[in-house]
Design a protein around this ligand. Structure first.
Ligand SMILES: NC(=O)c1ccc[n+]([C@@H]2O[C@H](COP(=O)([O-])OP(=O)(O)OC[C@H]3O[C@@H](n4cnc5c(N)ncnc54)[C@H](O)[C@@H]3O)[C@@H](O)[C@H]2O)c1
Length: 395
């Protein structure tokens, strides 16, 4: 692959999110990139763009056209795998929307296609835009630089993803096993699950209780309570729903040296003067506790989000800048989501790494046995996505 000065990007799926990516590039907000083509199977969606644009109805034609160096995929999730594999088979760079695939076995198929590429590999990234949020970066540094010491507990209540029935009726692929392959865990929570593993690493086992269609007329999960165990003995609880308002977005990480709390756009670190584990062993008083200092961590702004990931992708191709979100990282949030659904279906704890074939079989069974029919589907309309991302605003 020869060095290029400007990446010619083709966006596949230019509905809500992909339309926003295409416009960001068109408007010149993504340095080192030019929108060379767009692709959508829905002609009405293509019509939203000026006719001077090079347009394709079939991603295979766009990928083989010689007009694009890199492909951004923002179709419904199942097609991420097939279009991603086709992109790699043709040696092009790939930025996939989250989740990179619906299930772990598809992630593995995607990686196998990538690994098969001979010579210099194209770049592979994933749209984990919340990684650009300074408050999460600071929390990650706090944990990874050891300020909290040994982690003992991780709790994330993320019930601020409220969605109405109208949302689920918007687009026939949403919230069905065959069209989306999951609900809140596959659509909204890939961001949170990625951040969780990015900050604290992967748990080793998962027990979860998902409710399917608890708040909406859908067949997939819209309410989740999960319990995690980590290899150092730490435990975690992850609670998510699209059915509650007002919701909560509170991430709390406790370690022997204190507690970090991220809520309402503020990151607070309550620091123990000494290790609570040591203190507990050595104190001569039954009710004493370590002295604490309240540390408020300054955060400057909310990060570049989607545009920053797009810019980083183009910059990585042109200048070799490290990727913010390597595509391979995308498997971990998928694995966690799959493990939670499988745990619910089997009524037991799931050991990680998840057996990808077992989960694929379980998902195929859900698809085969589905009796759900969508009512009142409205065509996907251009939507203002800006208020829907749960990006913590620094206060
Ligand atoms: N990173 C984020 O913050 C974020 C936010 C919203 C959506 N997303 C992701 O973006 C993806 C799309 O979601 P959306 O809300 O934009 O959906 P959408 O329904 O608004 O848009 C999807 C578009 O893809 C088109 N499409 C479907 N199959 C195709 C194919 N095989 N080839 C070409 N085009 C095809 C549809 O016609 C539609 O226009 C999902 O995977 C979702 O998880 C990410």
């Amino acid at each position: 692959m020869s060095k290029i000065k400007e990446v010619r990007i083709g966006v596949v799926g230019v509905g809500g999110m992909g339309g926003s990516h295409a416009r960001a590039i068109l408007q010149g907000n993504v340095p080192n990139a030019r929108l060379a083509a767009i692709c959508d199977i829905n002609p009405a969606v293509l019509d939203r763009f000026d006719n001077s644009m090079l347009k394709f109805a079939d991603s295979r034609e766009m990928i083989r056209s010689g007009e694009v160096d890199a492909v951004v995929v923002a179709t419904p999730h199942y097609a991420h795998t097939t279009i991603g594999i086709d992109t790699f088979n043709n040696g092009l760079h790939l930025l996939l929307e989250k989740p990179i695939s619906v299930h772990k076995a598809d992630c593995e198929r995607l990686f196998a296609a990538y690994d098969k590429i001979e010579g210099k590999k194209p770049l592979f990234s994933v749209m984990f835009n919340l990684r650009t949020t300074p408050i999460y970066q600071k929390l990650r540094a706090l944990v990874q630089d050891g300020h909290l010491g040994k982690i003992t507990r991780v709790n994330w209540i993320i019930t601020a993803w409220f969605r109405t029935q109208h949302y689920y009726d918007n687009g026939d692929w949403r919230a069905t096993w065959s069209g989306e392959g999951g609900g809140v865990l596959l659509n909204q929570c890939p961001h949170n699950l990625d951040l969780l593993q990015w900050i604290t690493g992967m748990p080793v086992r998962v027990r979860a209780f998902c409710s399917f269609g608890k708040y909406h007329d859908i067949e997939v999960e819209d309410d989740v309570t999960a319990y995690f165990e980590y290899d150092n003995g730490a435990t975690g609880v992850f609670i998510a729903t699209t059915g509650e308002a007002p919701g909560t977005d509170r991430l709390e990480i406790t370690g022997e040296c204190g507690k970090a709390v991220l809520e309402h756009g503020k990151l607070t670190f309550i620091r123990n003067e000494s290790s609570m584990l040591e203190y507990s062993k050595t104190s001569k008083s039954g009710f004493a506790r370590p002295e604490v200092w309240n540390v408020e961590i300054p955060v400057s702004h909310s990060g570049g989000q989607h545009t920053e990931i797009l810019s980083n992708f183009a910059n990585a191709i042109v200048n070799g800048t490290p990727l913010i979100a390597d595509g391979r990282d995308g498997i971990r949030s998928v694995e966690l989501a799959n493990a939670m659904i499988l745990s619910t279906l089997q009524g037991k704890t799931i050991e990680l790494p998840l057996n990808s074939a077992t989960y694929e079989r379980a998902l195929k069974k859900l698809i085969r046995e589905s009796k759900y029919t969508k009512k009142g589907v409205t065509a996907a309309a251009p939507v203002d996505l800006s208020s829907t991302f749960n990006v913590p605003k620094a206060k």
